[in-house]
Structures are given as structure tokens and as C-alpha cells.
Write a protein that binds this ligand. Structure first.
Ligand SMILES: [Zn+2]
Ligand SMILES: [Zn+2]
Length: 533
């Protein structure tokens, strides 16, 4: 059974799934695994008939500690200030830095079909007074919280440390304050110049009520408070937070011992490891979610993240490899199998669920989507490089019927992806310049008699073969076998004849991307032309 369906089958009663994020800077593609896992679980629960709410929190009272996109004087002013109180660095299009950068990930999620039932902003939740009772409990139990940090995480705070960050009345920073006393009504706090290295407090000391948005709980306490406030039953957490003595353990202990609440089910998930360090530097491309989206459409990106069990690391190495074409091929195999077509290779047992859950729209017609004509990515990457081809017309011919609107949409999405892939990621062997005008001199010089005989025999075979990659590839193999020519030398002969070099992409697909008449003419020329002839 698919991992998310196993989880859904074990759930009893209505469920609240929660996740949250600090809105700073760009969204790295690796950080999308959590949201895809959360969305997949939510969909699986819904499919199982479980009443479920997906909530997504924006931790916008967190202090500014990133320097992204700010000018030096603005950093000086804003470091340590709650993100909700920092101006939008891009101008006046959003009310704050937090709202601006949260919009980036909200839009990214939406493009992937991840649409939480509720987005909530912690600046609003604190201001509403909803967190006041947790603030009171945490302050009353300050000694217990300190003891939990020592016991679970081996972190020792000073004896007068209280689990609360006040927004300084004087300078507006939250990252620089420490609460040193609590009398049941007001807290005593200090805004220290040297409390943290990344921001400088103003030195103010004073007393204030901690309620109604004037303070926020530390991360682990805040997390446990949210579980109780929203009745969270499932909250997957990344591997970095799920280690022994890590954040999740601390919050679990605080939930139980301070708020008297059983923590939600954790579904720890591993990282996405992107190899190829050139990704962040070469050709101006990086690993941000918006950049990767140009070359991997949402359906394939969802598949990448939801296919393995969450506790399995994903190794993804798109730079100079076939990792991206292979992801498309896998996606197409799942579609084909779901549509009842015969597909090559082993299929995962839960292939239909994988396909259904990779679709962007949760209520998509799975059978209709599976039956949709999907031109192979590698084939399109070849077609895009051959001058003078009308790709839409070509794909329509290959389908043998006019494309539907949805098929036009898929084709366009894949053409954009193929061009971006060729531009930024493709290995050199996938890039080609077909020598159309004349037989490349290299072919005339390097082809030996056995190779020429093979090319001569292949020409009539291709006159009758079906004109698609697989059929042409089949004819190439069969003809080579008849001539006792090793496949490597047969392919080299074709690359020499068409590309003027001895390596290239899959030969059958390369030839099928060209016009039949041109291919047959070139085979005959190559078979008969000799050096000096
Ligand atoms: Zn903005
Ligand atoms: Zn201050």
C-alpha cells in the first residue's frame, strides 16, 4: 500500500494536519519536500473519507536574522526586529517583509496544487490573545521549561531565564530581549546589546504585559502551544528537527509537561540532496523553487517528492545527467500503466496511486489524465534542436489525431522544460547539431567497410519501419545483428553519418526525429562515399 494510504488507514476520527514556515528569503527546492508530504497525507486522508483540515502557519513574529535583499543600513535597522514589522524590501506591494516573502512560498505551493485550508499568521494569532493562556502557563512553569531544556537537549539557561521573547518597547526588536522576571501580571525584561551576535539590542530594561501580541514564545514552546490551540493531530517534521534531543523532542516534552497535551503524530522526512554544486553558480541558475519549476513541471516535481517513503533520502543530480528526462519517463510510465497500456520495466506496486497523487489538481479526472497523449521528454529535447520542424504538427502526426486542449498544454509545458533543460542541465551528448547539408567529412574518413555495409542495409529497412524512436531503434539493432556488427560500432556509424562525431543521444529517437527521406538518403550517401571519392 502507498505510504500515505497506510497512514490514512490507521487514522481514527477527524484530523488536523499542520506545518509552518518562517517567511525569509527565497524558497529552496529542497524545502518543498515537507509541503508535498503534508499535502499528500492530507489528500490520502480525504480519499479515505477522513474529515481533515490542512493548516499552514506563517511564523512572522520571528526576528529578522537573514540578510537577503536588504541594503546594509536597512539590515542595521531591521536585524532582530519581527519579520512582520520589517518593511517590504521590494517596495510597497506588501505590508511587510514577512507578507512579501510568504507570498513567494504561498504562490509556489499553489502552483504545486498545495492549497492549505487555512494560512494563519502568528502575528495575528498573538495579537488576537489566543496565545495568552499558553504564555501564562509557560511563564508560570518557567522552572519546568528550563529543566526540560537541560534534560532533553542539554541546554542550560540562566536561573532567571523565562521562556518568552518580548518586543522591546524602545527599539522594537524581539531577537535581543530576555525576560528575567514574572509576577503574574507583567514581565521584567532587558534588551541586551550582546545577547545574540547577529543583532544589537538597545540596552533598554523595563516591565510590560506579555499578552496580546507584545511577546512571542520561544520556538519549541510556541510549536507545542500551536498543537494544543489548533488540535493538531499530524505534523511531519524534517530530519534536522526530528533527531534525538532535537526540536521535536523538546516540543513533545513541553506539550506533555507544560500544556498537558499529547503531541501529534510525527512523520519524519529526509532531505533532498542535490548534487552537482554547479547548480547554484553556473549560467545564473540556482536551486530555488522558482528556477527548478522552469525545467520540472509541478506534476513531475510532486512525483519526485512523494514517490519515496518520507524517511528515505532523495538523491537528485540534474546537472549534466539524464535525471530530469528519467523523471519524465517515470511519470509517463505511471500514466501509461494507469491507462492500461503496456509499459516497459518494473512498475511500483502502487503505481496508480503514485500517478493520481502526482496530479496537481486533487479532484482531477485520473483516468482522463492518464489517457492524455504525453510526448516523451527526450524526444522533444531532440525535436527542439532540429531546425525547420513544426513541433506541434510533428507531435500531432505521431499521436495520429488532433491534440486536445489539455494535450496542447502538456506539450507546451514540456517544450519549455526541454529548452530550459538543454540550456542549463543537459549533458553534452544530448546537444546536437545535425549536419544537414552534406555528409560530414568525419564520416567519410572514419567509417570502415563493415559499418558502410550496415548503413547500406539499414536504408531499405527504414523505408518500411514505423517512424517512431522505438521502431527505428529496433531496426538498428536487428540490422547490426545481421551484420555481426557490435551495437556500439553500429551506433557510432550513425552518429558519424548524421552528427559528424562518434557519440550522441539514443540513435533510434534521433533518426525518428528527422524526416524519413533525409535519413534514407544520408544512409545511402554514407554507405557509398569514400575519402577522396
Ligand atoms: Zn512585496
Ligand atoms: Zn531594545
Amino acid at each position: 500500500m502507498f505510504w500515505a494510504d497506510e497512514l490514512a488507514a490507521a487514522a481514527s476520527g477527524p484530523q488536523v494536519v499542520n506545518d509552518s514556515k518562517t517567511p525569509s528569503g527565497t524558497v529552496h527546492v529542497g524545502s518543498l519536500r515537507g509541503p508535498v508530504v503534508v499535502d499528500t497525507i492530507t489528500r490520502a486522508l480525504r480519499n479515505a473519507g477522513v474529515l481533515v483540515e490542512l493548516r499552514y502557519g506563517v511564523d512572522d513574529l520571528d526576528p529578522m536574522d537573514a540578510q537577503a535583499l536588504l541594503t546594509p543600513d536597512a539590515i542595521e535597522r531591521s536585524m532582530g526586529v519581527p519579520l512582520a514589522h520589517v518593511p517590504d524590501p521590494a517596495g510597497d506591494c506588501h505590508p511587510s517583509y514577512a507578507r512579501h516573502f510568504a507570498q513567494v512560498f504561498i504562490d509556489t505551493f499553489d502552483g504545486l496544487g498545495i492549497r492549505p485550508d487555512t494560512y494563519y499568521w502568528m502575528s495575528d494569532i498573538y495579537a488576537s490573545g489566543a496565545m495568552d493562556r499558553y504564555i501564562r502557563s509557560a511563564l508560570d512553569a518557567a522552572a519546568t521549561v528550563r529543566e526540560i531544556y537541560v534534560r532533553v537537549a542539554k541546554v542550560r539557561h540562566a536561573d532567571d531565564w523565562h521562556p518568552l521573547f518580548v518586543i522591546c518597547d524602545s527599539c522594537g526588536r524581539i531577537g535581543t530581549t530576555i525576560v528575567t522576571g514574572w509576577d503574574g501580571e507583567v514581565v521584567r525584561y532587558e534588551c541586551r546589546p550582546d545577547l545574540v551576535t547577529w543583532a544589537r539590542g538597545c540596552g533598554h530594561a523595563g516591565e510590560t504585559s506579555p499578552f496580546g501580541g507584545r511577546a512571542k514564545l520561544p520556538y519549541n514552546v510556541d510549536w507545542a502551544a500551536k498543537w494544543d490551540l489548533f488540535g493538531v493531530t499530524i505534523e511531519p517534521a524534517g530530519k534536522d528537527l526530528s533527531t534525538a534531543g532535537g526540536s521535536r523532542d523538546r516540543s513533545d516534552a513541553i506539550a506533555r509537561e507544560v500544556f498537558g497535551n499529547e503531541p501529534p503524530l510525527n512523520v519524519p522526512y529526509e532531505f533532498l540532496n542535490i548534487r552537482g554544486r554547479k547548480m547554484s553558480t553556473s549560467k545564473g541558475l540556482g536551486a530555488s523553487a522558482t528556477q527548478i519549476a522552469e525545467v520540472i513541471p509541478p506534476e513531475q516535481l510532486r512525483l519526485l517528492f512523494l514517490r519515496p517513503r518520507p524517511n528515505t533520502a532523495i538523491e537528485f543530480d540534474p546537472e549534466g545527467t539524464d535525471a530530469i528526462p528519467r523523471l519524465f519517463d517515470e511519470s509517463d510510465r505511471l500514466a501509461g500503466a494507469t491507462a492500461g497500456r503496456e509499459v516497459k520495466g518494473e512498475l511500483p506496486a502502487d503505481h496508480e496511486r503514485l500517478f493520481a497523487l502526482s496530479l496537481v489538481e486533487p479532484d482531477a479526472d485520473v483516468a482522463a489524465e492518464a489517457a492524455t497523449y504525453r510526448p516523451a521528454f527526450s524526444h522533444l529535447a531532440l525535436l527542439e534542436q532540429i531546425p525547420g520542424i513544426d513541433v506541434v504538427e510533428r507531435v500531432t502526426t505521431e499521436k495520429g489525431a488532433p491534440l486536445t486542449d489539455r494535450e496542447h498544454e502538456i506539450l507546451e509545458e514540456r517544450r519549455v522544460a526541454a529548452r530550459s533543460w538543454l540550456d542549463a542541465y543537459a549533458p553534452d551528448r544530448a546537444r546536437l547539431a545535425v549536419q544537414r547539408d552534406a555528409l560530414p567529412p568525419a564520416a567519410a574518413a572514419e567509417l570502415d567497410d563493415a559499418q558502410r555495409a550496415f548503413l547500406a542495409s539499414l536504408a531499405p529497412e527504414l523505408e518500411s519501419a514505423a517512424w517512431d524512436g522505438e521502431s527505428v531503434q529496433g531496426a538498428v539493432f536487428a540490422t547490426a545483428k545481421e551484420h555481426d556488427l557490435p551495437a556500439g560500432r553500429a551506433f557510432a556509424a550513425l552518429y558519424l553519418a548524421f552528427l559528424g562525431r562518434s557519440s550522441g543521444p539514443r540513435a533510434g529517437w534521433l533518426l525518428a526525429a528527422l524526416e524519413r527521406d533525409f535519413v534514407i538518403g544520408r544512409l545511402r550517401d554514407a554507405a557509398t562515399t569514400r575519402v577522396g571519392a
